[in-house]
Write a protein that binds this ligand. Structure first.
Ligand code: ADP
Ligand code: ZN
Length: 515
């Protein structure tokens, strides 16, 4: 059936085992990276079993594509969502009742209606229910960024139809989300299929932000004529960046939730169909992109977690050909993300969790070791240095940064923890600026103690201290760096600090390019 219906020669990864498991009527939780081939894991068993397979998916655009593809392969498939008028919906329901459908895709908000639950009862009594597939199952996680309240009600599928096998699928797989999915979807006894999350064809790079536009241009230069995505945090920045890239000769289009629906779908369509379109987008552009030849994903702003970063970069290179994940990141990004967490309405325990997730991402950005290993580690997967990331190809020099850290921390301490990186660096370098004079900071013992390295190096040191949780950007006084509890043993000389040597930007870039 794999060959005859889908036209594939062989199963990929764990597909065969998963299909077999489902076909035997058992439950599965499938964690597979984007592009891994999740759809087949429920489509094929639905065809092998009697009755219709019900697929819950939050993505209207994706439903349409999948149903089109299935129909082209001769599979009787249909979807029910808000894009249909009532007449068309009635026709599909009737076809299902007559046993004429093998796969029925349905949006979660429709699935939980009394009307649809009724239809399921009729199907169970009539042509039969082959299976329930819950796609993007991480949407059940209230702590995740794709939370859909209707997903919480999906456990009733099992309560009402205990004999029907279920398969929940996602590409988000940190431990906490995994446990939450098992619990909330009632999949405690389901077999877990965990695929490797490695995307060997993606090359990871993180650069220190100093002139982000110029840095982006340099990066894009190596990708002329190729399709890619540039992620920005705000709608405004999306539009400005897209305009500017157009002026620079790129086929760039903006995408964010503030654009009219028609504009968004037009841009998505062009990205999908035309060659070499660069989509400049907020994270609103995401789930449901099914373009195999996205050659790069660039981040001009820090995402909020490793999961988010992994998902966003995972859109590159789904065809298995070489692709790049590139990010420019700086101190300001950390302050912005911290502010976002602090200003959100979330309860304290969620804020704490989000702060932890941010810290894990910062550790990735500042990693002195293979980026891929850091990513896979996060997903609980052991690996070895990949040879295909910036760190592997250009290992940073590590040094004992205890003294440098003490200088920086005491500069923050002695200036009253009220100043941002720029001013602290002026003090460390002994620059007698107006501001330094006004506050009498030229009288401090710390004034000028950091002349042995340059401004750029200090910036790198401060950023690493923030990433390591020794300094924290204050949110009320925008950007002011405050000491944390963890800074105390370092200041007292009870704990040493390892730092990564941050080279001059020009030099660093030259080596990257040569490589
Ligand atoms: P996911 O939902 O996990 O992101 P998809 O189900 O969309 O992945 O599959 C990704 C791509 O891989 C699709 O283009 C699909 O046609 C292809 N694919 C899936 N399974 C196989 C297979 N066994 N052999 C070849 N190609 C496959
Ligand atoms: Zn590596």
């Amino acid at each position: 059936m794999l060959r005859r219906v889908f036209g594939y020669d062989a199963f990929r990864g764990e597909q065969a085992e998963i299909v077999d498991h489902l076909a035997q009527g058992r439950d599965a939780l499938v964690l597979m990276p984007t592009g891994g081939g999740k759809s087949l894991c429920y489509q094929l068993p639905a065809l092998l079993r009697t009755g219709v397979g019900i697929v819950v998916s939050p993505l209207i655009a994706l439903m349409q594509d999948q149903v089109d593809a299935l129909r082209q392969n001769g599979v009787a498939a249909a979807f029910l969502n808000s894009s249909l008028d009532w007449r068309a919906a009635l026709d599909i329901e009737a076809a299902a009742r007559r046993g004429e459908l093998k796969l029925l895709y349905v949006a979660p908000e429709r699935l939980v209606t009394e009307r649809f639950l009724q239809l399921l009862d009729e199907l169970a009594a009539g042509p039969g229910l082959a299976l329930f597939a819950i796609d993007e199952a991480h949407c059940v996680s209230q702590w995740g960024h794709d939370f859909r309240p209707e997903y919480l009600q999906l456990s009733q599928l099992h309560e009402r139809h205990p004999g029907v096998p279920r398969i929940a699928l996602t590409a988000t797989a940190d431990n906490a989300t995994r446990e939450e999915m098992r619990e909330r979807l009632g999949l405690g006894a389901a077999r877990v299929f965990l695929s490797s999350f490695d995307r060997p064809n993606i090359r990871y790079t993180v650069v220190e932000k100093d002139n982000p536009r110029r840095q982006l241009l340099r990066f894009l230069d190596g990708h002329r004529g190729q399709a890619g995505i540039v992620y920005c945090l705000s709608r405004k920045k999306v539009e400005e960046t897209a305009d500017w890239l157009v002026q620079e000769g790129y086929a760039a289009l903006p995408y964010h939730a503030g654009l009219p629906a028609e504009t968004r779908s037009e841009h998505q369509r062009r990205f999908q169909r035309e060659e070499g379109v660069v989509m400049v987008a907020t994270i609103a552009f995401g789930m449901g992109i099914d373009k195999p030849d996205v050659r790069f994903v660039a981040h001009l702003d820090l995402p909020k977690s490793i999961e988010a970063y992994y998902q966003e970069t995972g859109r590159a290179g789904r065809d298995g050909e070489p692709a790049e994940a590139w990010m420019a990141y700086g101190l300001q990004d950390i302050a912005l993300q911290r502010a976002r967490i602090d200003e959100s309405e979330s309860p304290p325990e969620i804020k704490r969790l989000e702060a932890q997730k941010l810290t894990a991402l910062l550790a990735y950005c500042e990693a002195p070791r293979c980026r891929r290993m850091v990513l896979l580690d996060y997903f609980g997967e052991a690996s070895s240095p990949c040879g295909n990331c910036d760190v592997c190809q250009n290992p940073p020099e590590l040094f004992d940064g205890t003294v440098a850290a003490q200088k920086a921390l005491s500069a923050a301490w002695r200036t009253g923890q009220r100043f941002g990186a720029g001013h602290l660096i002026d003090v460390l370098l002994g620059k007698a600026t107006d501001k330094v004079a006004r506050f009498g900071h030229d009288q401090l013992p710390t004034f000028g103690v950091g002349k042995d390295v340059d401004e750029h190096a200090w910036r790198g040191i401060l950023r690493q201290l923030v990433a390591a949780g020794l300094l924290q950007p204050d949110l009320t006084e925008y950007g002011a760096l405050k000491l944390t509890e963890a800074a105390r043993p370092v200041l007292k000389g009870e704990q040493s600090v390892q730092l990564r040597r941050v080279g001059r930007p020009g030099k660093a870039r030259k080596t990257t390019r040569a490589a």
